[in-house]
Every structure is written in structure tokens, then in C-alpha cells.
Design a protein around this ligand. Structure first.
Ligand code: DHB
Length: 321
């Protein structure tokens, strides 16, 4: 087939556009028994915070029609253990590591960025400002342009070398383009879209919330049209800003849809839970989707859905659309 799948994570080139989605593959170790983790574009790690954290009480996950709810609560080892143990493991396997960070204050985000600057081998930072499972909705920085901007400025200011900064946005806002613009103006190199939507399920037998944390983030195929819409709107407004697209991708065709909307990379998340080798399968399927349409370079497909439609049999001048 020989499709050129290379893509750009801002100024860093990746061999192909398929990434794991943060939170769905830990730090990549779990996936290594299913496929060679160096073969996909990058591993995006579970959001790491400054301190180790136990997360929310169980149950933390619930199946929903076409998706699932999670209420993990940012469980993790903390940045020190991550840098000592998880990052070196990924690098030893030849994987590219996109490190997701989360914090409760702009100052802590900046501190995390400074700590990552001291480590070598970080391909990019994904700043998770949209975790839905925090105690205080005021900590969902992605819901407010000024708060989002303050976090991005702090991260950018603390990074001592030019590692790409991607900011993960929430679809739970009225105007995602306004939030995207605030992040870009504050120094983001790219955007990751979309995080989970805030949802909830009630057990009709017990008549109580299913999740111990009551609410949770909705992911899976049910949210893919929302991801397509968000990516479309932001690419329309900022066509030069690279986007890591995610939200319910199960097949190469789903990934292709996000690429047509404007994503230059696609993260695969929820589907990993029942198909741990989904990333390599989706990569193969995406290549087939492109090849079958005679598209020789991935870059030629990014954002194509925004172009005026060419009606069969009509000339391009004048009567397009
Ligand atoms: C968690 C859930 C998310 O959807 C997310 O983006 C980050 C963290 C969590 O609960 O740990």
C-alpha cells in the first residue's frame, strides 16, 4: 500500500497518527504484551499529578449504551515515581511518550512542567485541564477561557526546552472555539479533543447512583459525533493548529472521520478495554481506508471535509458547494 502516514505533533514528527488516549493504557506497560508499543505514533500516559493519589472509591466504571462512564479520580503514582519508573520503561521500549499532566492549581501545573523539563525523552506534554472527576467544577479549567489561559501560560513558562504543549479540552462548554483560542493565544502548540462528557447513571434496583463518585466521564462510540463536531469547529477557526482527535474511535474508518474533520493525530481510548491491540488494528485499517481512496499521504486527508464539495460532472469554478 505504502501510504505516507507521517504526521506532525507541532514541530515533532511522528511515524504515524495513532496514539493511545490518556487514561486507557496506564503508562503503556499493560499494552506491551499485546503489541510493540514503539509501532504506534505515541503512548499518551494517564494524567499524572504532583503527589501519588488513590482516586475515588469503587465502583468507578459503568457501562452505558454505546459507551461507558468512569470516575477514577486521577489515581496515580505521582510525578516522582512516574519519572523514575514509567517514563524510562517507555523509552527503553523505543516508544514515544506524550505525558499527560493534571493538577488542581495553575501553579501545580507549572511545577509539573518544570519537573518534566528535567527529564529527557518527553515527546510532548498533554495538559489535561478537563478531567470531569474533580471535587470542584471550578477546577475544570477548560470551562473558562481565563483559567485555561493561566494554566497554559504557566506550563509554557516552566518548560525549559521546546517540547510541544497540547491542551486537552472539554466538550462540556458552550463555545469550545473560544476556549481553544484562549489556549492558543497563551502558547499552546496544539489541542486534544475531546475529553469525556460529564454523565451519570442510576441503578433502578437500588435506586441509587451506580458510581460511588456519583458522576463520571462518558466515553465511547456514543460521543464520537460530538468529537467530530468539536474538531470541525476548532479546525475551521484555527486551521493551522494541530489537533489530536479522540472520542469513540473503534475502527480505521472512525479515525479517518476525525482526520477529515481536522485532526492530524487520533487517540484510541475506550475500545482498548475490550480490544487491547486496537491501536495497531486501527492503524492498519486507516492505511487501508486511505489507500482504497488513492490518498498517498495522510496529510492530504487532514481537514478535507472543510473543502468545498466537488459535484460530479460540474466544473470547480463558480458552482462549488
Ligand atoms: C479521569 C477521568 C477523565 O475522563 C480524565 O480526562 C482524566 C482523569 C479520572 O477520573 O481519573
Amino acid at each position: 500500500m505504502g501510504v505516507d502516514l507521517r504526521t506532525r505533533l507541532a514541530h515533532v514528527e511522528l511515524p504515524n497518527p495513532i496514539l493511545t488516549a490518556s487514561g486507557c493504557a496506564g503508562s503503556g506497560r499493560e499494552l506491551a504484551q499485546f503489541f510493540d508499543v514503539s509501532k504506534i505514533g505515541a503512548i499518551v500516559t494517564k494524567s499524572v499529578m504532583l503527589a501519588p493519589r488513590a482516586g475515588r472509591p469503587t465502583p468507578r466504571m459503568a457501562e452505558t449504551p454505546g459507551g461507558m462512564l468512569n470516575s477514577i479520580g486521577l489515581q496515580g503514582p505521582g510525578i516522582d515515581a512516574f519519572l523514575q519508573r514509567d517514563l524510562p520503561w517507555l523509552l527503553s521500549r523505543g516508544a514515544r511518550a506524550v505525558v499527560s499532566i493534571a493538577a488542581g492549581t495553575a501553579r501545580d501545573y507549572a511545577e509539573l512542567a518544570a519537573r518534566l523539563s528535567d527529564a529527557s525523552g518527553v515527546t510532548a506534554v498533554e495538559v489535561n485541564i478537563s478531567c470531569p472527576n474533580v471535587e470542584d467544577r471550578g477546577q475544570v479549567f477548560a470551562c473558562d477561557p481565563a483559567a485555561a489561559s493561566a494554566v497554559v501560560e504557566g506550563v509554557r513558562g516552566s518548560l525549559r526546552y521546546d517540547v510541544p504543549v497540547f491542551v486537552k479540552l472539554s466538550p462540556d462548554v458552550t463555545d469550545i472555539v473560544a476556549i481553544a483560542g484562549a489556549c492558543v493565544d497563551a502558547g499552546a502548540d496544539g489541542l486534544s479533543m475531546i475529553n469525556t462528557l460529564l454523565g451519570m447513571a442510576i441503578d433502578t434496583q437500588t435506586m441509587r447512583p451506580v458510581l460511588a463518585g456519583v458522576t463520571g466521564g462518558l466515553s465511547g462510540p456514543a460521543i464520537r459525533p460530538i468529537a467530530v463536531r468539536c474538531i470541525w469547529q476548532v479546525h475551521e477557526a484555527y486551521p493551522e493548529v494541530p489537533i489530536i482527535g479522540m472520542g469513540g474511535v473503534r475502527t480505521g474508518r472512525d479515525a479517518f472521520e476525525l482526520i477529515l474533520a481536522g485532526a492530524s493525530m487520533v487517540s484510541v481510548g475506550t475500545t482498548i478495554f475490550h480490544d487491547p491491540s486496537a491501536c495497531v488494528r486501527i492503524l492498519r485499517e486507516l492505511e487501508e481506508e486511505l489507500a482504497s481512496r488513492g490518498i498517498e499521504r495522510l496529510g492530504d486527508a487532514i481537514g478535507v471535509a472543510h473543502e468545498p464539495r466537488r459535484m460530479p460532472g460540474r466544473r470547480l469554478s463558480g458552482n462549488v458547494q
